[in-house]
Design a protein around this ligand. Structure first.
Ligand code: H79
Length: 481
């Protein structure tokens, strides 16, 4: 058995970040003294076993639905007759829309087609285990009932309903978990909220309307923190996740610490690495890309769009194929991560049909092959994901990773799953397997008919039928001991 010291040493290496507090130990007890943080976060003080328990459902889930929905679904990418480039939820910033003009959109927001039951059922039919919805994006509009600020969907629109409450109720009924995205730092309609127009996240705020000017700490104390409190306390079992975004230098360690003190009161909560103030949170959040090798030792979640926008844009029809979406899910699972895949409902509350169609198709595959994804561990191999180019460099000047798309692998205690993208012919060979293989079959074959396995030195060859059972990914199961 490993000693407590050994276990903890591993945990520290895994998240070797400056934010981790100095630790001293007395016989199995951890005393955390925060050096970098004035307020120690739960991640700084819990034991590895407590962390595993807190993260268990999230690690099992592997697939979640991101929902970007707000006032930006009304202009839907067009302002004053001009199509505004880039992501739809940024239209206020990208078109430099004055605060009063943007706020006036609220009086037109009446998404009477919104149906929480159908959205949660859609997530379920896609095989998604959790939902994260924009409770407030950078535009500052709260999609929930808020006493802290009147610019919210209940008080400022003819709709007068709280979709977050309706989703929470449906998620409870249908057994889906619910988390809230909250833009804690950028807020383009609140005085003092941050705004930036470049990807240099630590430049000072860049306001385009004097109505945005003000003191950041005052914004935080009068709007963001009170609203985070509302979100943490008004929805019974939820949120299970708080998803922060785009921290700037305005979010000092001391200000972030005030938010952390609130989060600490919810000991099962999971929150991401985008709070700011030096806090690392629970999860790495690669956005719109899948890291070559995941984040070994860290929990991580790739968030991605199905087309090229998060918030609805009427003319963005550049949808990825079901094949790409499904292979992304498998690729991510094989590297130990979660896939948070976005939908962007329109201003009436309808989910765009191409998104519904793709989610249903992914769900059909998962209904048959889900055991190769949910709760699995990363690949035991690694080379199958691709390799680093000897000549090509990436944007940072490092060797470029060239992905390969022949197969991926996921793992459980007694099985190795091989998700075959390209059908290898009449036999699949592995030069080395770090376990003893006791049998093989195709997951989508109802009878689980045994496939012939031949030993080849340290590896195996598995005899396959002539055609795949699924054109996107056929799962070969190796039973192991
Ligand atoms: O909520 C979604 C995005 O709105 C948000 N994060 C995801 C989950 C996000 N905020 N910033 N970014 C993503 C990346 C920033 C891109 C920027 Fe730009 C480049 C900001 C300014 C230059 C994109 C291009 C937005 C405006 C122009």
């Amino acid at each position: 058995m490993k000693t407590f010291r050994q276990v903890f040493a591993v945990a520290l290496v895994c998240c070797s970040v400056s934010a981790i507090p100095a630790l001293s130990q007395i016989e199995g007890e951890t005393i955390a003294t925060s050096t970098a943080h004035s307020v120690a976060a739960i991640q700084d003080t819990e034991t590895p076993a407590q962390r595993d328990a807190r993260m268990a459902w999230w690690r099992e889930a592997r697939f979640g639905m991101f929902i970007h929905w707000g006032l930006y679904s009304i202009p839907a990418g067009t302002w004053k007759g001009k199509q505004i480039p880039s992501i739809g939820e940024w239209i206020m910033n990208n078109a430099s829309i004055p605060v009063a003009d943007y706020k006036a959109l609220a009086s037109q927001f009446n998404p009477t087609d919104f149906n929480a039951h159908n959205i949660v059922a859609l997530a379920k039919s896609a095989g998604m285990k959790y939902i994260v919805i924009t409770a407030k994006h950078h535009d500052g509009f709260a999609m929930f009932a808020s006493k802290a600020d009147p610019f919210n969907i209940v008080d400022a629109t003819p709709f007068h309903r709280d979709p977050i409450r309706e989703l929470a109720e449906e998620c409870r009924k249908q057994g889906v978990k619910l988390g809230f995205y909250y833009s804690q730092d950028q807020d383009w309609t609140a005085p003092g909220g941050a705004a930036y127009k470049t990807d240099h996240h630590d430049l000072p705020s860049h306001h385009w309307d004097p109505a945005q000017d003000g003191d950041f700490a005052t914004y935080l104390h009068t709007k963001a923190i009170p609203q985070i409190k509302e979100l943490l306390t008004n929805y019974a079992d939820f949120p299970v996740v708080i998803w922060f975004d785009t921290p700037t230098a305005d979010m000092t360690p001391a200000l972030a610490g005030e938010i952390v003190a609130l989060l600490n009161q919810h000991p099962n909560l999971i929150w991401n690495n985008r709070l700011g103030g030096g806090y690392k949170g629970d999860t790495e959040t690669p956005e719109q890309y899948i890291p070559a090798q995941g984040f070994p030792g860290r929990d991580w979640e790739a968030c991605m769009t199905m087309n090229d926008t998060w918030g609805y844009k009427s003319y963005d029809t550049n949808f990825k194929s079901t094949e790409t979406l499904l292979r992304n899910l498998i690729d991510i699972a094989s590297k130990g991560g979660n896939y948070l895949l976005n939908i962007g409902p329109d201003s009436k509350g309808n989910v765009p049909p191409p998104e519904v169609e793709r989610l249903r198709q992914v769900g059909k595959w998962l209904a048959i092959n889900g055991e190769a994804i949910y709760g699995t561990k990363p690949t035991l191999f690694g080379g199958e994901a691709g390799s680093f180019s000897a000549t090509e460099k990436d944007a940072e000047g490092k060797p470029k990773f060239i992905p390969a798309w022949n197969w991926r692998s996921t793992t459980t205690a007694d099985k190795i799953y091989i998700e075959l993208f390209a059908w290898p012919g009449d036999s699949f060979t592995l030069p080395g397997v770090p376990r003893t293989v006791t049998g093989a079959y195709l997951l989508a074959d109802n009878s689980h008919a045994a496939l012939k396995v031949t030993k080849t030195g340290d590896g195996i060859a598995v005899a396959l039928p002539s055609h795949p059972l699924d054109n996107i990914a056929t799962v070969l199961v190796l039973t192991t001991k």
